[in-house]
Ligand binder design. Structure first.
Ligand code: SAM
Ligand code: SF4
Ligand code: FES
Length: 351
């Protein structure tokens, strides 16, 4: 029955109510191979063997929010806080450019020091120095006006995971002041403004069920994001979720492949969290339909302070090492890093 479900999903891009959850809940290893093979076919139809790179700059570890799963939450008094200066961020981009990155992802906690003016200024400077590069922001929830200003300043992409589409589940993962309604409002605004938008979830987060994951998949089918960030939940020792177990490699790979079949053209990263729970996690992610890799481009002296979860990889490595390491990993599974902005196919202009 799962083989029939996989073929139907590959053909129709969806399944009827309850079937996505049932597939994910009962998939065997043998059936998963069929799912991965179909996902690779679809991925290669749109993106060939190319892997798009993004240079991840973790520019601040200050956060006003208190998400229960995250090591940067404001209640974590043991988190080491830092904030990169404009000069440091621009230097990261310059170094990244030399390393062939053509997309810079500025990610951080919701840091009040980075006002709209400061962010706009930074985006403008990066775009002026590297006009052939894209800037992605991942700085959380802001009013629509802020998103409009960032877009005008030259940021073309935004990553904001919904974390879970189910309101009850959202309430288990976040303090009462955060709501799924506002999260979805942000994602809708970003889409309307014209960003390439990335949503996503953590696999195996506390209290998650396959029914909730199905809700997430249906939300994605409705939103039609250009990117989907999927990684396993991994506990952090100084958070309320310290004693929950991490999401599994298998569940994450299954979900990557299902998303590839539902959103054939989507940009899908093999995430750092996936590489953290298994040494070959990111390579297996590529073989399950992922087509993006995000090597760390943050200065080495701050890396160990951007700890969202325990055991995070790449905290002791230089940007150049991560870049080379990633090229090797892609090649080891038959894929190849492509030096380009790596836009969604719908935004790729013919030169
Ligand atoms: N503050 C911004 C936000 O929340 O969108 C951007 C940075 S936040 C650290 C980026 C992502 O990290 C979140 O969307 C969340 O899914 C992920 N994350 C946080 N804690 C995690 C954990 N314990 N395990 C896995 N992923 C985690
Ligand atoms: Fe802050 Fe993002 Fe972590 Fe939530 S997930 S505490 S918003 S850095
Ligand atoms: Fe950072 Fe391998 S990608 S060391």
């Amino acid at each position: 029955v799962n083989e029939r479900r996989i073929e139907e999903l590959a053909r129709e891009r969806t399944l009827s109510a309850g079937e996505l959850a049932a597939l994910l809940a009962t998939l065997t290893d043998g059936e998963a191979e069929l799912l991965y093979a179909r996902a690779r076919e679809v991925r290669e139809r749109y993106y060939g063997k190319d892997v798009y790179l993004r240079g991840l700059i973790e520019f601040t570890s200050h956060c006003r929010n208190d998400c229960l799963y995250c090591g940067l939450r404001r209640s974590n008094a043991r988190a080491e806080r830092y904030r990169l200066s404009e000069e440091q961020i621009l230097a990261c981009c310059d170094q990244g450019y030399e390393l062939d990155f053509r997309t810079f992802v500025l990610q951080g906690g919701e840091d009040v020091a980075f006002t709209d003016d400061v962010v706009c200024d930074l985006v403008r400077k990066i775009r002026a120095r590297h006009p052939d590069c894209a800037v992605t922001l991942s700085i959380g929830e802001r009013p629509r006006e802020s998103y409009e200003r960032f877009f005008e300043a030259g940021a073309e992409r935004y990553l904001l995971r919904q974390e879970t589409s189910n309101p009850w589940h959202y309430g288990r993962l976040h303090p009462a002041e955060l709501s799924i309604a506002n999260r979805k409002r942000c994602l809708r605004d970003l889409k309307e403004i014209g960003y390439q938008v990335g949503c996503g979830i953590m696999v195996g987060s506390p209290y998650q069920t396959w029914d909730f994951v199905e809700e997430d998949l249906r939300y994605m089918a409705d939103l039609q994001p250009e990117m989907v960030g999927i990684g396993p939940f991994i506990p952090h020792k100084d958070t309320p979720f310290a004693n929950f177990s991490a999401g599994t490699l298998e569940d994450t790979l299954h979900l990557l492949a299902v998303i590839r079949l539902m959103l054939p053209e989507v940009l899908l990263p093999a995430t750092t969290a996936l590489g953290t729970i298994d040494p070959r996690g990111r390579e297996l992610g590529l073989l399950a339909g992922a087509n993006v890799a995000m090597p760390n481009l943050s200065p080495r002296d701050v890396r160990a302070k951007y700890l969202l979860y325990d055991g995070k990889i790449c905290t002791g490595d230089e940007a150049a090492e991560c870049r080379l390491c990633m090229a090797r990993r892609c090649a080891s599974v038959g894929y190849e890093v492509k030096v380009c902005r790596g836009d969604h196919v719908s935004r790729q202009r013919v030169a």
